[in-house]
Design a protein around this ligand. Structure first.
Ligand code: BGC
Length: 758
């Protein structure tokens, strides 16, 4: 019987492989036939990606798009916010261009399309790959109804610098967690079949190292060793490639002195040859012509350089279109390179099913019934509440039924800000503010009093920079004193104060770097006045990055980090404040005590003079004026209940070769309500041929426990998990001692040691 089953499986597998090979052969033949009819100009046209004027993120914007489409000079267009406009442009391409090649329509669908989920940094705090994949699936279903077939997501730039505004778009500081998220998102967007009308092609970005910009200043120089690249910064991009991502966007920054947009080693060697990526590569917004500013030569030179590096599509620059013919004539690029780039774009279009039906993704009926639906919004509310991180709670939360709540702060009634940065498709006015969410949730069983209490910033110009793209926050012209006075007046009648403070939605995201990551002074003044009343205060923190919260941590009894939670933010936050949902998020990025500690990350090296013991120690690696500790470490997050960890047990302490090790703890919910806990596994390789981090995340398991319930949580460890890129960039593991750590966050762990030899 077993034999028969095996035989059957082999036959089925063979048939699947055969069918796929056949399908591929048909596709390649189709593309070959089409390319045989194309002129050089038409091929270059496929490599051209102008931006819609609906959403411009650079100094340059594209012009005459419709005429260029008709002339066959456009391969795709992005960030068009209307299915009607998309359909019209597609008609120009299909009906009026010589070869009727359909366009590719892209958009920055970063954390939802119309139904907006938390910003990616918030999503990563869920540590829940199922809901992350689900959020991408919903985004794809909604966007694909409105004509979009391609999203510039996931962004997986590892980052250790909260000054950099784009930390909000990524998954924090850890390669293992970020890799898992990269896979989940690619799967969510692309599904099993790219040609299905409700899946879209994903584009992992920004390849590579963009998150390591010096000083946290956007677009700035990066410089790092190859071992660091391979071990720490590359894994999430590679994970997306392994998950079958259809496209890759190169980054603005330089790597080893050569901008990514023209870096042959990065694109051709690493991405294509080492990782076997066979989709297409797109530049970032004017990334190719920006190489002129980097000092790489004139327009023709930088475009040829990009083509030689292996970049297939030129976003907004139009240099491929305008200079490549000359470069070909002068022998600076080859026809084979242009053909290859064109072929890759056409294959993507074929895989999306656009040659079968160019309008497959423009579906008015689906658009009317499947976008921003009650069901999607309800999932988004639920998902959002899983992203909140309870940073502190001294018996204030959850707020009991029947209380009078004073809701204060510039972010309390700011629905336009709830979606956070990069919500290109959203209608921000449809988001739920905290004021609305909390008032609805409390209903007749209590009272919500409201006052704005402070402006976002004292300086109007500084506020403007953080509230662009329709993320306005009303500015009150009264003095700070008058506003605080009004706020204090309503607190007099309240049992508890909820202070909705932090950053504006555009304080983070692209080109939103900051040198000061405190809560703005105007709001801090208000918070101090609220705390001085002696009433219990809950700080509901809106932020797109880790902030410096020393004073708040010392003085405010409860802090709930809600990031920018998306279109359903207000309802989701109310669910958490009132205890309908027990917070279970865990930080994916360390919160420093002050900016001087940056870069601060949990998986650092030990150095020759580690601080083993008490700060301050002379001649050890530490600061005179601040300890080495973060305020809140990676993996940290509290709950309304309490989880106790037993000691860690190992199945063996001496292992050989490919044996397996099982590490087990028992986790008990010793509190009075049900809750979820992310149990985290870290490993330290104690001796190596190159220095190794003091700990590295190597597994996690999110469990749910009823009050009083205990669960055994086991992690299976194989030598695969111990591998790293050594000094020769060989991926392997080395014999020796390893410390195994399991715990509730990166700092609070149970430890045990093993010896593992080859
Ligand atoms: C950003 C990308 C984005 C692109 C298209 C650029 O400015 O860096 O992340 O995908 O614009 O909007």
């Amino acid at each position: 019987m077993k034999k028969y089953l095996l035989l059957l499986t082999a036959v089925v597998l063979n048939t699947v492989v055969f069918a796929q090979t056949n399908k591929d052969a048909t596709m390649h033949q189709f593309v070959k036939n089409l390319m045989a009819k194309m002129t050089l100009e038409e091929k270059l046209g496929q490599l051209n990606l102008p931006a819609s004027s609906d959403f411009v993120t650079g100094a340059v914007s594209s012009t005459d798009i419709a005429d260029k489409v008709k002339a066959g000079k456009v391969g795709g267009v992005f960030n068009i916010r209307s299915v009607v406009k998309i359909k019209e442009l597609q008609q120009f391409a299909v009906n009026q261009s010589r070869l009727h090649i359909p366009l590719l329509f892209g958009m920055d669908i970063i954390h939802g399309y119309k139904t907006i989920f938390p910003i990616p940094l918030g999503m990563s705090a869920t540590w829940d790959m199922d809901i992350i994949e689900r959020s991408a699936r919903i985004a794809a279903m909604e966007a694909s109804a409105d004509g979009i077939q391609w999203t510039f997501s996931p962004m997986v730039d590892l980052t250790r610098d909260p000054r950099w505004g784009r930390v909000s778009e990524g998954n924090g500081e850890d390669p293992y967690l970020s890799s898992a998220i990269a896979k989940a998102m690619v799967k969510g967007y692309q599904g099993e079949d790219l040609s299905a009308p409700n899946t879209i092609m994903s584009c992992v970005k920004h390849y590579a190292l963009y998150g390591a910009a010096e000083g946290g200043r956007d677009y700035n120089t990066t410089d790092m060793s190859r071992v660091r690249m391979y071990n720490e910064y590359f894994p999430p991009y590679k994970a997306a490639v392994e998950a079958g991502v259809g496209s890759v966007m190169v980054s603005f920054n330089e790597i080893d002195g050569v901008p990514a947009s023209g870096n042959k080693w990065l694109v051709d060697d690493v991405l294509r040859k080492q990782w076997k990526f066979n989709g297409f590569v797109v530049s970032d917004y004017t990334g190719i012509p920006e190489m002129m500013n980097h000092g790489m030569g004139d327009e023709q030179t930088v475009n040829a350089m990009s083509m030689n590096a292996g970049v297939d599509m030129d976003m907004v620059g139009e240099g491929f279109l305008n200079t490549m013919k000359k470069s070909l004539q002068e022998g600076k690029v080859t026809l084979a390179q242009i053909n290859k780039a064109c072929e890759r774009i056409l294959i993507a279009k074929y895989q999306l099913g656009l040659f079968d039906d160019p309008y497959r993704y423009c579906n008015e009926q689906r658009s009317a019934t499947e976008v921003f639906t009650a069901a999607n919004r309800s999932e988004a509310r639920n998902i959002a509440s899983q992203s909140f991180v309870l940073l502190k709670n001294k018996n204030v939360l959850p707020i009991a039924v029947g209380k009078t709540i004073a809701l204060v702060g510039p972010l309390a009634d700011a629905k336009e800000n709830m979606t956070g940065t990069w919500s290109v498709g959203a209608d921000n006015a449809k988001s739920v503010s905290l004021l609305k969410g909390l008032t609805d949730a409390v209903g007749a069983n209590g009272k919500v009093l409201y006052a704005m209490g402070a402006n976002l910033e004292d300086d109007a110009e500084l506020q403007n920079r953080q509230t662009m793209f329709g993320k306005d926050i009303t500015r009150d012209s009264r003095s700070a004193g008058e506003m605080i006075k009004e706020a204090l007046a309503i607190t007099a009648n309240a049992d508890v104060i909820v202070a909705a403070l932090g950053e504006g939605a555009e304080s983070s995201g692209e080109s939103a770097s900051k040198s000061n990551i405190d809560i703005p002074e105007a709001q801090k003044r208000l918070l101090k006045a609220l705390v001085a009343t002696g009433k219990p205060v809950v700080l509901v923190l809106f932020n797109g990055r880790p902030l410096t919260l020393n004073w708040e941590n010392e003085n405010v009894p409860a802090i709930l980090d809600v990031w920018f939670a998306g279109s359903e933010a207000g309802d989701a936050i109310a669910d958490a404040l009132l205890g309908k949902v027990n917070p279970s998020g865990k930080l994916s990025m360390s919160f420093p005590q002050n900016v001087g500690q940056i870069p601060l990350y949990y998986n650092h090296k030990n150095t020759g003079r580690p601080l083993n013991g008490k700060w301050f120690s002379k001649f050890q690696s530490n600061y005179i004026d601040v300890s080495n500790e973060p305020l809140y470490p990676f993996g940290y997050g509290l709950s309304y209940t309490q989880f106790d960890y037993s000691d860690l047990t190992l199945s063996a302490t001496q292992l050989k070769g490919n044996q397996k090790l099982t590490a087990t703890v028992t986790v008990t919910n010793s509190g009075r309500i049900a809750g979820k806990e992310v149990v985290q596994l870290y490993i330290r390789d104690l001796v190596g041929t190159i220095t190794r981090p003091v700990q590295e995340l190597k597994g996690f398991n999110k469990i749910e426990l009823a009050p009083g319930e205990s669960k055994k949580v086991s992690f299976e460890i194989t030598p695969e998990l111990l591998k790293f890129y050594n000094g020769d960039l060989k991926f392997d593991w080395e014999s020796g001692d390893f410390e195994i750590m399991v715990g509730t966050n990166s700092k609070e762990v149970k430890k045990a040691k093993v010896n593992w030899s080859k």
